[in-house]
Ligand binder design. Structure first.
Ligand code: GTP
Ligand code: MG
Length: 360
């Protein structure tokens, strides 16, 4: 059972820009005074908490995260530009450790909370700083200092975004194993799953914004579960913080129409918690390769006309799984967006203000 997402990355702050040695010049005249400017401070690496992410998947495809170097100074006392900070959005709840020492650096507990993980290099000094009455043509300068480099280990306790509710044998564990790296036990007898399993479902994305959500497979429900039949309902508390409930139904079961199965599942959830039953939901008909297309169409239509959103899949052949992942991701994002409107949004970081204050 994997309830913890964890990843190792390297962060590298920018190097400070060198100071320079330079002298004022005027045509035909010897060197006047020194005018070598300072370098810019190197950019730092910061993390900021956001509720919009729920896994560490977005960090999976790059090993090093570097902030920008400061620029070297110029003549005429010109100061080099400071390197821009690198700001990494992190799911709220991420705990950050120094991977070399195991020391905990900090954690992101709230939307917009910031954590400095690598400090930008000190800026260099130009030769103007060394001028004295007895030392009019200084050749001294200070180079920029390297930025801090650190190996980090990040850990996040996973919370499910999507919960699978279904009768025993509907194929919940099979579905989870097909769309994530989770490997729950699968078997053709009821109540194979005794404890919830979580899996991270990743969608194709570019190398920075990896789209992902967390799916929870829970034990099967049966009629009367709210009165303690089967495995009861206590495990449903794991679904209370999900954004979307997926009702997974075996459409090939000759003994039960999907509409009837759905009614029972929804009633049981409502008995456990009206809030849970009122969540955004999707009805997924599974094992479609076992039924006639015309029959499937009819069953889906019955549910659609009753106001449900219906998708059809086969967890065994893989049919419809990409579509399901995309749709669930969209629903989760919409629900999260609605939830994040209730919390403070991530503040817009003013780069100039930040990088103009030298860390020297
Ligand atoms: N033909 C077919 N069989 C499937 C499909 N999905 C799952 N199964 C089979 O259905 C049986 C039950 O699958 P599980 O994934 O264990 O079902 P579950 O919903 O997790 O069951 P519980 O853990 O007992 O609640 C297994 O034999 C699976 O191979 C499908 O799309 N088509
Ligand atoms: Mg199972």
């Amino acid at each position: 059972m994997k309830f913890l997402d964890s990843i190792e990355i390297k962060v590298k702050a920018g190097r400070g820009g060198d100071g320079v040695v330079s002298f004022m010049r005027s045509k035909g005249k010897p060197k006047l005074g020194p005018d070598g400017g300072d370098g810019g401070t190197g950019g730092s690496v910061l993390m900021v908490g956001t509720h919009r992410l729920n896994t560490l998947s977005s960090l999976r495809y790059r090993a090093i995260y570097s902030a920008e170097d400061g620029v070297r100074g110029g003549s005429k006392r010109c100061r080099g530009k400071c390197g821009e900070d690198l700001i990494l959005p992190m799911p709220v709840g991420t705990v950050v450790y120094d991977d070399a020492t195991g020391e905990k650096i900090g954690e992101l507990l709230a939307e917009g909370e910031e954590l400095l993980v690598a400090i930008g290099g000190r800026h260099g000094l130009g030769n103007v700083h060394w001028v004295r009455s007895t030392h009019q043509a200084p050749e001294e300068f200070r180079p920029g200092a390297p930025g801090e480099e650190r190996d980090l280990k990040l850990e996040l306790k996973l919370l499910a975004d999507v919960g699978l509710a279904g009768f025993p044998n509907a194929g919940k564990s099979t579905l989870l194993s097909r769309v994530s790296a989770a490997r729950p036990k699968i078997a053709d007898y009821p109540f194979t799953t005794l404890v919830p399993n979580l899996g991270v479902v990743e969608l194709a994305g570019d190398d920075y914004v990896q789209r992902a959500f967390v799916m929870a497979d829970v034990p099967g429900l049966i009629e009367g579960a709210s009165e303690g039949r089967g495995l009861g309902l206590q495990f449903l508390k794991h679904l209370e913080r999900t954004s979307v409930i997926t009702y997974l139904i075996d459409v090939s079961n000759p003994e039960q129409q999907p509409a009837e199965a759905l009614r029972i599942l929804m009633d049981e959830l409502a008995n456990f918690s009206p809030e849970l039953a009122g969540k955004r939901s999707l009805v997924v008909l599974n094992k479609i390769e076992l039924v006639e297309p015309a029959d499937l169409e009819l069953q889906a239509q019955l549910l659609t006309s009753a106001g449900h959103e219906v998708l059809t899949i086969s967890a065994v052949t893989g049919q419809g799984l990409n579509n399901l992942k995309q749709r669930l991701y969209t629903l989760v994002s919409e629900e999260k967006h609605n939830q994040s409107l209730l919390v403070d949004p991530v503040p817009v970081v003013d780069m100039d203000e930040r990088t103009n204050s030298p860390h020297a």
